[in-house]
Design a protein around this ligand. Structure first.
Ligand code: HEM
Length: 420
């Protein structure tokens, strides 16, 4: 124990006596400075938010909550009307302390969508509703984990992977023809909906509904509600299914051995779970079962809803534009002329320019993902001189540009040249 001499201790006495009151003063001064900083930040944020128009609302407490009914046709029309009226964007209050900027125009959207992931990360509140279902997959993970997994999973996004699925696409198309065509004796019958698929559909519906109920924003309250209990039950079904698939495949892989498995699958279709099981980073680290389940659940959600909705909108748009539908039909018939089978081959896809353009136009007019949510970590200037303010409170909610203001609505802009 270091010895302190008596005279030194006596000299320190008055200093220590002063320290008490100084510290007592310092506390409130720091608190005051902090509050002033916060107030100035709040003033700036409010100033930036005020530069965006604010549509009429329900009142101070509820703001605009529930005014656009998500997941319904009416809601879709309301959202379109909003984008047509406030072409660059508008301020939307979900609660008195929860402003959302709905950005519609490329000029206001661009800085958000081109910002680095650290500056405009995915918003936690809305994406958080998916967390108990999807876990930390690519859609919801952040920073290092996202970068690491994104690198590991890059092969899963390679377009060439789709080549080996063409057989399944053709098979599914035949099923769709049978179910929409009153053919006399269908050779193929649509597959029965499984418990797993039912659970995924239920989860998608529940997540949209939760956004409309303020009280359901809190997980603790939500899980006690009827919807919350259904959500938990559906999550359990989905997680149980995924865990069983992953476990079965891992056991099969372990029995055969890594190299033998690769040799066995050479030249064959490698499915997504195989890719996940075999993925290794440069240090040889593989994904855990939990990571694999999260990615599998994420891909199932991100993949099924988007493509189903894209297909449904395409059929809807073609049904509304008979002349374009006819041109697509002629293009396909021309392509298949003289062939025995009606299957579409990989190379055929680039020989359907008109159909491709119609698909792209349909995706542009009715993007299956109608909004992506970002929450900026610093102020972002837009091209028209406004500022999207930094802060955890104001998430930016930009529906993807739809419909493009330069193309009159209803006119499926028919492609004049080659596909973009
Ligand atoms: C027409 C079809 C599709 C559309 C319009 C679409 C659209 C989108 C959009 C807009 C995002 C960004 C979401 C955000 O950042 O908040 C996204 C992310 C993602 N999509 Fe798709 N998608 C489609 C098909 C698919 C398919 C078929 C799969 C997989 C089988 C898939 C897997 C993913 C994944 C994993 C992410 C997260 C990527 C990441 O953050 O790194 N998507 N998609």
């Amino acid at each position: 124990v270091p010895a302190v001499s008596l005279p030194a201790a006596m000299a320190l006495g008055p200093i220590l006596a002063l320290l008490g009151p100084i510290l007592a003063l310092l506390g409130p001064i720091l608190a005051l400075l902090g509050s002033l900083r916060l107030l100035s930040r709040l003033r700036n944020t409010c100033g930036h938010l005020r530069s965006f128009p604010c549509p009429p609302w329900r009142g101070w407490i509820l703001g605009h909550m529930g005014m656009v009914r998500g997941g319904t046709e009416e809601g879709l029309e309301q959202a379109e009307a909003l984008a047509a009226r406030y072409r660059r964007g508008c301020l939307w209050w979900l609660l008195p302390w929860l402003p959302v900027l709905r950005l519609f125009h490329p000029d206001t959207l661009r800085p958000v969508l081109t910002a680095a992931a650290s500056i405009a990360p995915k918003d936690q509140l809305f994406y958080g509703f998916l967390q108990p279902w999807l876990g930390d997959g690519l859609l919801l993970s952040h920073e290092r984990k996202w970068v690491q997994h994104r690198r590991l999973l890059t092969p899963a996004f390679h377009g060439d992977l789709l080549k080996s699925y063409l057989g399944i696409f053709n098979h599914s198309t035949r099923i769709m023809h049978v179910s929409t065509h009153p053919a006399p004796a269908p050779v193929l019958s649509p597959s029965q909906p499984s418990e797993y698929i039912e659970a995924i559909l239920e989860l998608s519906r529940l997540v949209v509904r939760r956004q409309q109920h303020l009280l359901h924003y809190s997980w603790w309250l939500y899980r006690l509600s009827g919807d919350g209990r259904r959500f938990t039950q559906a999550c359990a079904t989905v997680h149980g299914f995924t865990a069983a698939v992953v476990q079965r495949r891992r056991q099969a892989l372990q029995c055969l051995g890594h190299q033998a498995w690769l040799d066995h699958h050479r030249g064959q279709r490698m499915d997504f779970i195989d890719l996940l099981l075999l993925a290794k980073d440069e240090d040889g680290n593989a994904l855990t079962d939990e990571d694999i389940a999260a990615e599998a659940n994420t891909f199932m959600f991100a993949g099924h809803d988007t493509t189903a909705s894209a297909l449904a909108w395409l059929l809807y748009n073609l049904a509304g534009h008979q002349q374009h539908q006819e041109r697509c039909r002629q293009e396909v018939q021309e392509l298949l002329k003289g062939r025995d089978a009606e299957d579409i081959e990989w190379e055929d896809l680039s020989r359907l320019p008109f159909t491709t353009m119609c698909i792209k136009e349909s995706l542009r007019l009715h993007p299956p993902v109608t909004a992506v949510c970002r929450c900026c970590t610093q102020d972002l200037a837009t091209r028209d001189g406004r500022v999207i303010p930094k802060g955890t409170a104001p998430p930016v909610r930009p529906p993807l540009p739809s419909p493009c203001p330069r193309v009159p609505k209803g006119a499926v802009a028919v492609p004049q040249g080659s596909p973009a």
